[in-house]
Design a protein around this ligand. Structure first.
Ligand SMILES: [Fe+2]
Length: 387
């Protein structure tokens, strides 16, 4: 009797909190509020997270900091801020602030402020902008190249569609590349970033950002949706909470774009590298229609492809490792550039990734290449034997 009650209670708890699989686990507990607290100061953070007691990472293009408490003076470093972002002050005299620009990092020295003062970075992009999109880069030279290429193409930021961690050490390398890039990057979590031999996403939450988050820029809403591994039930966990909060916020006028790791539908016929949880795709499609979302950007499948899935435009951008370059022995991989313009639908163009041969270094795809070549040779021998 007691065990029956226990099972029932556990079932209700699991249903509410949400289960993740494979590697069956509960959805992670709530991330502490975005607060930076040290001896010298206490900050409330919007669209940014505290990486440590003196460093913040922006997780959206226009981060905002509320100063709750300040000692005599303090310095804080804000990572992942675009070079054209302008610091706006509220409740602080500009003489009390000194801002240094170091790539995409801003080092802010504050000497004296009123309680409740605000620092906000704004972007002059009311006329529109372009952003780059790419997934499945691994965390090494291919990621560094993608960031370089996106910057060279004039992207305001890069949306990274996950899977920057194919092998030991790549997580740390990727974080280093994200932090040292010449443009900001907003990252959705991939299956390889979520788990390997165990759960590894704590580094994602503490160093990169939440797994589900939305931001707006120039009238367009970008929604980072966690599809790293399956959810049960589909609407549970932080992802369900994000969709609920967006729905409760009321109608959104403007384009809305989901960026996520796994596609709703594998664009390769006969393949099924897509979201696979029970009822999960249907739930995501329903939520997207309810909110008026038109576009879903996904990676996971190492190809570039576009399709319409139940009224949603799905664009898959997964050539971050440039694998087909090696297979075909010519540069064919593409990166996506998408364009936001006032009162217009989102448009996009495919651009050559142009990754030099020297940057194709990820061991995972080199091993796959060898095995694919061997496989093709074996098929060829089998054909020969038949003839
Ligand atoms: Fe993946």
């Amino acid at each position: 009797m007691l065990s029956g009650a226990l099972i029932s209670t556990l079932g209700i708890y699991s249903h509410q909190r949400g289960l993740r699989y494979p590697r069956l686990s509960f959805e992670h507990s709530a991330v502490p509020a975005s607060v930076l607290s040290s001896e010298q100061l206490e900050l409330d953070l919007r669209d940014s997270i505290a990486v440590n007691s003196h460093t913040i990472r922006a997780i959206a293009p226009e981060p905002c900091i509320f100063i709750k408490r300040l000692g005599r003076s303090a310095s804080v470093k804000v990572l992942n801020v675009a070079s054209n972002a302008v610091l706006e002050l509220d409740g602080i005299a500009s003489a009390e602030i000194d801002e240094e620009v170091d790539g995409t990092a801003r080092i802010v020295h504050i000497t004296e402020v009123n309680q409740g003062s605000t620092l906000k970075w704004s972007l002059p992009v009311t006329d529109g902008f372009e952003f780059a999109v790419m997934g499945d880069t691994g965390g090494g030279s291919e990621l560094a190249w993608t960031l370089k290429r996106a910057h060279e193409l004039g992207a305001q930021f890069l949306l990274h569609l996950g899977d920057f961690n194919y092998s030991e050490g790549e997580y740390e390398m990727a974080i280093e590349h994200f932090n040292n890039a010449k443009l900001p990057c907003y990252v959705t979590i991939g299956n390889h970033d979520f788990h390997t031999d165990g759960l590894i996403y704590d580094k994602f939450i503490s160093q990169i950002g939440p797994m589900n988050h939305a931001f707006e820029l120039a009238g367009t809403r970008f929604i980072n949706v966690d599809t790293a591994v399956d959810f049960w039930p589909a609407g549970s966990g932080h992802r369900g909470a994000l969709f609920n909060s967006l729905t409760n916020a009321g109608p959104f006028i403007g384009e809305q774009v989901i960026f996520t790791h796994r596609p709703l539908k594998d664009p390769k016929p006969d393949d099924d590298h897509e979201i696979g949880g029970i009822g999960e795709v249907d739930w995501l499609v329903r939520q997207s229609h309810k909110l008026g979302i038109a576009t879903v950007l996904s990676g996971h499948v190492h190809h570039s492809a576009e399709l319409d899935y139940q009224g949603l435009r799905q664009i898959t951008i997964g050539e971050g490792l440039g694998y087909e370059d090696l297979v075909l022995q010519k540069p064919v991989a593409k990166i996506l550039m998408a364009s936001v313009e006032p009162h217009k639908k989102l448009t996009h163009r495919w651009v050559d990734l142009n990754m030099p041969w020297s940057e194709h270094q990820n061991a995972t795809h080199l091993i796959k290449l060898k095995s694919d070549r061997l496989h093709r040779q074996l098929e060829w021998f089998a054909q020969l034997q038949k003839t």
